[in-house]
Design a binder for this molecule. Structure first.
Ligand code: UDP
Length: 328
């Protein structure tokens, strides 16, 4: 019988793509999601359990019913800007939710846990390439909450034998190349979908958050990675754990940084349309530059981020944004 994997946030952008990758790799993904920001329609590759991570009994029930061999934990609040306005929300939902899930996994005898962390745990590091050994000094509540969960995993690994793979994502972008899934947050706050909405005329313009940063063109630099490549790394990380590999943290990025203006330029090249742009102030909590040195995942997991050119990511996101069932 196929092994089951509990995928929290399985109705969300990255979680739904992970469910597809897991199904393709021969697992049954069981999506556990409260549908606060996810979409039931995005759960296409296994069952959906509607539940909340703040409800420990609901997690225990899902574990008892589905008997997963491993957990992939995506469900979280993930907006840097909101985390600065409402830090209590971020600490409560992300950290308490993860604690409930980790304790439930240990109680159910699960020894393999894949966690979606973030490059926001590194904070602002003066433009250096970030390796997994770079000290983590988050500058926003989102990054702080994720770093706390990393610490929690380390402690449960030591005390309860919970082996874990931590993936620190850089900027996840693009959509399923076969058109089954894509990015649709509510509200949308991410650069590429907002930019493409402006290109498509669904929004008046894209606001560039600050053009006075100490970078080559004054706008922030980020490292974009294709969602399909990102979730493939999760399948590799899961296999590592199920094969008895120990706990490890991996950065997931393309290793190349692009400024906001360079992303806008690439969009022009892909869509052949102008991006209406407004200059705005800096957004609180934004680091100047976040770029990964992603060699560890390549070397140790055999990861190949083959879809992660900027143009490919924008092209796949653009194809998704033009689908008739795309929701704003
Ligand atoms: N950004 C922007 N305008 C927007 C949204 C984002 O200029 O409407 C910038 C943002 O300041 C950051 C980059 O685009 O430098 C990526 O932001 P996003 O919210 O997509 O991801 P984050 O880096 O916050 O995880």
């Amino acid at each position: 019988m196929a092994q089951r994997v509990l995928v929290t946030g399985g109705a969300g952008y990255i979680g739904s793509h992970a469910c597809k990758a897991l199904a393709r790799a021969g697992y049954v993904p069981v999506a556990f999601d409260n549908l606060s920001t996810g979409w039931a329609e995005a759960v296409k590759f296994g069952p959906l359990v509607r539940g909340d991570l703040l409800d420990r009994a609901a997690i225990d029930r899902a574990m008892a019913e589905h008997r997963p061999v491993a957990v992939m934990h995506f469900a979280a609040l993930s907006l840097v800007g909101v985390s600065m306005q409402d830090p209590g929300l971020y600490w409560r939902v992300n950290v308490t939710g993860a604690l409930n899930l980790i304790e439930a996994a240990c109680a159910a005898g699960i020894g393999s846990f894949v966690f979606s962390s973030t490059c926001a745990t590194y904070g602002d590091q003066d433009g250096v390439l970030l390796t997994e050994e770079t000290p983590q000094h988050p500058i926003n509540a989102y990054g702080g909450s994720k770093r706390a969960i990393e610490d929690m995993l380390r402690d449960f690994g030591a005390a309860r034998g919970l082996n874990h793979v931590i993936f620190r994502y850089f900027n996840v972008a693009g959509a399923d190349p076969e058109g089954d899934l894509g990015e649709q947050h509510r509200p949308e706050t991410h650069l590429i979908p907002l930019m493409l909405d402006a290109v498509a005329g669904r929004r008046p313009a894209l606001t560039v958050f600050g053009d006075d940063y100490p970078t080559r063109d004054g706008t922030c630099i980020r490292d974009y990675v294709h969602v399909t490549d990102l979730v493939q790394a999760h399948v590799l990380g899961l296999r590592r754990l199920l094969d008895g590999g120990g706990s490890r943290a991996f950065n997931l990025g393309s290793g190349q940084g692009f400024s906001v203006r360079e992303v806008i330029e690439a969009s022009r090249a892909v869509t052949n349309r102008e991006v209406p742009v407004i200059r705005g102030p800096r957004r609180a909590g934004d680091a100047v530059s976040l770029v990964s040195a992603s060699t560890r995942a390549v070397q140790e997991l055999g990861w190949t981020p083959e879809h992660s050119s900027l143009r490919r990511m924008i092209a796949d996101a653009w194809a998704w944004a033009q689908k008739p069932d795309y929701r704003q």
